[in-house]
Each structure stands twice: as structure tokens, then as C-alpha cells.
Write a protein that binds this ligand. Structure first.
Ligand SMILES: Nc1ncnc2c1ncn2[C@@H]1O[C@H](COP(=O)(O)OP(=O)(O)OP(=O)(O)O)[C@@H](O)[C@H]1O
Ligand SMILES: [Mg+2]
Length: 422
């Protein structure tokens, strides 16, 4: 049962010693309220203010960490609520200090700031560490770029995308990651495995955007980069890590938890600083059902806003107004190929999609391209979801964050669908 707003909240009080953290997960259908009553604390590198009562949604997995000790009050049903003194935060802050030295050196000698890629197996705390290091950099006035290559979660935009963003201030300790003016590329699947060539192609596009931005802004160049990666670290997943390291000209790779991956990357990237850091004991493993739910939540938030603060629009568009494509045709065996064609061309090939009732609930990405030839090289304007297909009237009804008309006629379809909860 969700808490009724009339019920008085029953607060539990905690006194946290230095370098310790309170960990908890918010139970289904519950909200947890927390405020700091004395001292200072932070959530994943974002400072908490004593003047604010923080509210955490169901499913949130939180660690309130303090460097020098604090007192706090918490109310609402949680799971696994405990205090731990055993955290890797000192090592994480030392990593930040080294990166900050590299930024200072870059500023002094006119070179580029640190470009950091964070890797590790599933549920090793990669995204959390990105968040912590990004917040620490933002708190000292740096402007690093954040790139998310994890198509399973799509923190910059929505799942099935790769994106980059330049946050201006430390991230909200409660809300979503950051998504103001992102540069987003379509992938359409939740694992790089679905089309590794296309995935790597998008990595290269994002890297080009990043280097271009750095060539125009010294501040961006000094601030450097944090790359969040997928937990898929074998086979094509591993190859994509190497590809990303090369394309972004990464100079520091942080590997969480897995010594094997650390050694493999150290060997494969001899000119790059590869460091192994421990996983926090607080990192929570997430089931595939939880991941699916988080993906739906992320898409819901895209259209309806955080805590349903936005009202999406319903647009009617005629079949003529749009062209829908999928990326990737079935790979033909070499003997079926024209003599001058490379097999990989098929993985980046645009395939027209016929409009029909099977499109209902499909998530479509609106591409910015000016002509069909450029679609594969171009970033996204946003997303729509197909609500209805009227074959007689030849119209589609779309859920869209913006009113009519669509910003472009080229739409890209992948595996992702989204059902609007009434
Ligand atoms: N110290 C901590 N205490 C409590 N929960 C934590 C802590 N650190 C991370 N978590 C939670 O654990 C979960 C997994 O962490 P995170 O998302 O950083 O892992 P990941 O390696 O990025 O996972 P994935 O492979 O799915 O991308 C998250 O919900 C995060 O909020
Ligand atoms: Mg992650």
C-alpha cells in the first residue's frame, strides 16, 4: 500500500560515523522520505541539503554516504536497510583526485583532459561510479562529457539508444540521470549483440561529435569524458569496448570487480592506463524482470515526465507523411553477395517497413536526416509510440512529447515497444 499523505510519517533516526553509508531499497508501491538533520552527506557524489526532504520512488536503490559523519531521519518501507562502514569510496575519491590532476595538467600544458571508460560485468556498479566521478568533477567546476553506451538502460535518453550529454550541475540525487540537450543515436535493441556493426558505427559517430565539441571548446577538452558501458564484456561486447577506447581516444580505463577483464584490457591496451577498482558491497543485483520494468519506466518518463509532470500529445499522421525503416537486413552468405559487396554492409542497411497493425505500441525514433542516404549517420530528434493504425484512412495515431507536426518524416524502428498504462 502506498502511504497516504494524511498518515503521519514515522521517522527512524540514524547517526552515521565518518566514511560510512546507509543503504536501502524502496519497496514496491512505497515512497521513502529522508532528510539530513546534522552534518553533510551525499548520494552517489551529489550533496544532500539539510533544507530539503528527499523523496525516493519504489525500486530506488540508495546509499547515503558521509565523509565526516551525519545525522539523518528516514521514513517509509524499505528493504535491506543497513549501515555499512565498508565502502570503496576512498578509492573512488582518489580516482577523482588523479583525474583532477590530469585536468589541471591539461590546462597548464595545453593538452586534453582525461577520457575515462568505466567497464565491468553486469551489476558491478559501473553506472554508479560514472555518476560519482561525474558529480565530483562537476562539483569542482569541471564540464566533462558523459557518454552512455549502455543500450540496455539508455540513461541519457531511452533504452535502445547511445547518447552523450554535458551536464551543467551535479545530478539530482533523486531523479533520473541527466538529459538536457543530449546527442542521441538510434540502435533499437537492448544488447549490442543484436547488431554489433551498427552498434560500433554509432560509437564512432558519438566519438566524432565529442572530439568536434572538444576542438571548439577548451573547457570541454579539459573536462574530459566519462563513458558508461554495458555489462556485456565477452565476445562482441568486449570488441566494442576496444572499439570505444580507440574511437574516443580513451586514456584511462576503470575496470570494476573483474580481474580477468582487467588483465585482458591491460594486455590489449598497452598504451592506456587500466585500473582495477573494487565493486561496492552495496551494489544490488537486478533481475531481468526488474530491468524490463526499469526500461518501461524510463520510456514512460520520456513521454510523461518525472512523476507524470508532462502531458504527451496524440498526433494523427497520414502514411504519406512518414517513412519507416529498420536498420540491418538479414546477412547473406558470401556466395549470395554481389562480387563487390562487403557482408557487413547488410548490418547497416536501411530496410523500409510497411505500415500495418503490427506497428501498434512500437517505439519509433525520429531521425534528423535531410535525405534517406544520411539517416544512418544522423542523430535523433526524439521518439514517438504508435497508438493506432487505421488502414482505411491510411493514418497513424502517435504518442509524442511534442505537438504536430513531426520534426522529420524519417522514422526508425527497432525491437522496443511501449504500452501506455491507462
Ligand atoms: N553503495 C550502494 N548501496 C546501495 N545500492 C547501490 C550502491 N551502489 C550502487 N547501488 C545500486 O545498485 C544497482 C546496480 O548498480 P549500477 O547500476 O551502478 O551497476 P551497473 O554495473 O551499472 O549495472 P549494469 O550492468 O546493469 O549496467 C543500482 O540500482 C544502484 O543504485
Ligand atoms: Mg549500468
Amino acid at each position: 500500500m502506498a502511504q497516504s499523505s494524511e498518515e503521519p510519517l514515522e521517522f527512524r533516526e540514524y547517526v552515521l560515523g565518518k566514511e560510512s553509508e546507509l543503504r536501502f531499497e524502496v519497496e514496491t508501491n512505497e515512497t521513502v522520505v529522508l532528510h539530513i538533520t546534522n552534518g553533510k552527506a551525499e548520494i552517489y557524489g551529489a550533496e544532500l541539503l539539510q533544507t530539503i526532504e528527499y523523496k525516493f520512488e519504489a525500486g530506488s536503490k540508495i546509499a547515503v554516504f558521509t565523509w565526516h559523519g551525519c545525522k539523518l531521519k528516514i521514513a517509509g518501507k524499505t528493504e535491506g536497510e543497513y549501515v555499512s562502514k565498508d565502502t570503496p569510496m576512498v578509492m573512488y575519491v582518489n580516482t577523482h583526485a588523479v583525474l583532477e590532476q590530469m585536468r589541471n595538467a591539461a590546462e597548464e600544458n595545453g593538452s586534453r583532459g582525461p577520457k575515462v571508460m568505466i567497464c565491468g560485468p553486469t551489476d558491478s556498479g559501473k553506472t554508479t561510479l560514472c555518476r560519482i566521478l561525474l558529480n565530483y568533477a562537476l562539483r569542482v567546476g569541471q564540464r566533462p562529457t558523459f557518454v552512455d553506451l549502455d543500450v540496455g538502460q539508455g540513461t541519457v535518453s531511452i533504452p535502445g539508444t547511445l547518447g552523450a550529454v554535458v551536464p551543467e550541475k551535479p545530478l539530482d540525487p533523486v531523479g533520473a540521470f541527466i538529459n538536457e540537450n543530449p546527442v542521441v543515436y538510434h540502435f533499437g535493441h537492448v544488447s549490442p549483440e543484436a547488431n554489433a556493426k551498427y552498434y560500433d558505427h554509432n560509437i564512432s559517430l558519438l566519438a566524432t561529435v565529442f572530439h568536434l565539441r572538444c576542438s571548439k571548446s577548451r573547457r570541454a577538452d579539459i573536462g574530459g569524458l566519462f563513458i558508461n558501458t554495458c555489462g556485456f564484456v565477452k565476445g562482441v561486447g568486449y570488441n566494442s569496448l576496444l572499439h570505444a577506447a580507440k574511437e574516443f581516444q580513451v586514456d584511462v580505463v576503470v575496470v570494476l570487480e573483474q580481474e580477468r577483464l582487467y588483465n585482458e584490457l591491460k594486455k590489449a591496451l598497452p598504451k592506456i592506463k587500466v585500473v582495477l577498482l573494487p565493486k561496492s558491497g552495496g551494489v544490488v543485483e537486478r533481475s531481468s524482470a526488474y530491468r524490463k520494468e526499469s526500461r518501461d519506466k524510463r520510456v514512460h518518463e520520456y513521454f510523461f515526465g518525472y512523476q507524470n509532470a508532462l502531458n504527451p500529445h496524440r498526433l494523427e499522421v497520414s502514411f504519406e507523411e512518414i517513412e519507416i525503416f529498420k536498420v540491418g537486413a538479414p546477412v547473406l552468405s558470401n556466395s549470395c553477395l554481389p562480387f563487390d559487396a562487403e557482408p557487413e554492409e547488410y548490418e547497416k542497411k536501411l530496410v523500409p517497413v510497411k505500415v500495418g497493425p503490427e506497428l501498434v505500441n512500437k517505439l519509433l525514433a525520429v531521425n534528423h536526416a535531410e535525405c534517406e542516404m544520411d539517416i544512418i549517420e544522423t542523430n535523433l530528434a526524439g521518439f514517438v509510440v504508435v497508438q493506432e493504425v487505421d488502414l482505411e484512412m491510411e493514418t497513424l495515431s502517435l504518442l509524442s512529447p511534442k505537438p504536430y507536426p513531426l520534426p522529420n518524416s524519417y522514422l526508425l524502428m527497432g525491437d522496443l515497444a511501449f504500452m501506455v498504462q491507462q
